[in-house]
Design a protein around this ligand. Sequence first.
Ligand code: RB5
Length: 151
Amino acid sequence: MTKLKLAIGSDHGGFDLKEEIIVELKSWDYEVIDFGCFNKDSFDYPDSGHKVSRAVASGEVDRGILICTTGIGMSMVANRYSKVRAALCRSCDMTYLTRIHNNANMIVFGARYTTILDARAMLIVFLESQFSEVDRHIKRVEKIEKCLGPE
Ligand code: RB5
């Protein structure tokens, strides 16, 4: 089976976890593009968040991984892109359900709450589980992309 191509990014709050995740992903033979940050200096999460989101939205990569302290800022950035479905996950169950129900193509971690062991387990689920292509889930995911108005 062809391996998914991945993009990853963090801010300073997620830097250590990002580095550990990259080691894991490479040991699993995934191709991963690192969009920074590249050290622990203070870094604005939207800067790498937009880069990873654009890579997913454009199809340059199949899936994305974003990490900041809480995971919330990165989620806000990523979900501005209509082709990105970013899920802030804290358990394998959430990760499984967001793949099955929402066809999530971006996983977001809050480094303050997520160990490398937890991230590792969630990534296995994120990368290996398939969207449930039943009508109700397809219809709901299509509705996410529809802009219903300014309200
Ligand atoms: C950085 O201090 C922090 O605000 C950031 O990592 C993230 O949690 C924002 O949502």
